[in-house]
Design a protein around this ligand. Structure first.
Ligand code: DGY
Length: 319
């Protein structure tokens, strides 16, 4: 009997591809080329499910072109701003994601960014690697302590809470803004602000951990930056489009902000090149979930979603 066809649109970790090929007629992308919308529509012909990444924009237009055989679109990500979920639903296609798989890894990267920004990690790396380190001095590359400072977390979902857990160990006081206040037992002393403006005013360090949406696009704009304390640090492990790059770059240049640690960028990998010239940026290439264990877990969760739908069960992580 013919096996169900799963169109895997990007190259995925070997263990994930092996499971896909074991259980399905898996159409893999060995070259890892990013497909155009036309290629996605063509590749989906005869497929029962799509296993996609954030690089594939599943717009209403593309959903309309998917063949009737497609029953599920499962993304190898927690972020799902690239999927028109309503359009999928309207065609009876289950859209699903991988929440929770990358919580720890992403929170760890947020701490790396925080430390890299607060302790001048980029300048230090440059100095050592360029052979410009002429010896210890008492005033060389001074950063700032965490103790006594306030961390403002915008978006207190799984990742935000995992960042809070880590940051407490560094002596930071936790403040947060979220659509809903956490139950008291989950706050663990974190101070809730019912407005983003309220959070910004107390954020010596701001960590962006909210999902990208029409409402959060450019949420960190010039007006928002002006509300941050002078010398604040901004860290973003969520999505680049939540930051107005021009405003952030201006504030990093003027000294309004001390530093920024960024793992995500609007239009990545084509980031605003002005970031590259700034010594007070600590930049990573979207590494939030990039550990062996996490990427395998993401792939397995994405396949669990497909397994469920193709076996007539609800997807465990349907959107
Ligand atoms: C996610 O899961 O959303 C990560 O950012 C990977 O794209």
């Amino acid at each position: 009997m013919a096996r169900p066809v799963v169109f895997v649109t990007r190259k995925l970790p070997p263990a994930v591809e092996a499971r896909a090929a074991r259980d399905y007629d898996a159409r893999l992308n060995a070259d890892d080329r990013i497909y155009t919308a036309d290629e996605l529509a063509a590749g989906a012909l005869g497929a029962d499910a799509l296993l996609i990444c954030t690089s594939e924009k599943i717009t209403a237009g593309l959903v309309a072109r998917l063949p009737g055989s497609v029953k599920a679109v499962s993304t190898f990500s927690v972020g799902h701003e690239h999927i028109d979920v309503a359009a999928c639903r309207a065609r009876g296609i289950v859209a699903a994601n991988t929440p929770g798989a990358m919580t720890e890894a992403t929170a760890n990267i947020a701490m790396l960014l925080m430390l890299g920004a607060a302790r001048r990690g980029y300048e230090a790396q440059q100095m050592v690697r360029r052979g410009e380190w002429s010896g210890w001095t008492s005033t060389m590359l001074l950063g700032v302590d965490f103790s006594g400072r306030r961390l403002g977390i915008f978006g207190m979902g799984r990742i935000g809470r995992a960042v809070a857990q880590r940051a407490r160990g560094f002596g930071l006081t936790i403040h947060y803004h979220n659509r809903r206040r956490l139950p008291a037992g989950e706050e663990q002393g974190a101070i809730f602000h019912d407005s983003l403006d309220g959070l910004l005013a107390v954020s010596d360090i701001l960590s962006i951990n909210a999902p990208s949406s029409a409402e959060t696009r450019h949420v960190l704009n010039a007006a928002a930056i002006a509300r941050l304390p002078d010398g604040a640090i901004v860290v973003n492990t969520a999505r680049g489009d939540m930051v107005d790059d021009a405003a952030l770059i201006a504030a990093l240049k003027s000294g309004k902000l001390r530093a920024a640690g960024l793992d995500v960028f609007a239009g990545e990998p084509q980031l605003n090149t002005a970031y590259l010239d700034l010594p007070n940026t600590y930049l990573l290439p979207h590494l939030g979930s990039a550990t062996v264990e996490t990427r395998d877990r993401m792939g397995f969760m994405a396949l669990d979603n497909i397994d469920a739908v193709l076996q007539g069960r609800p997807a465990p992580h349907a959107l």
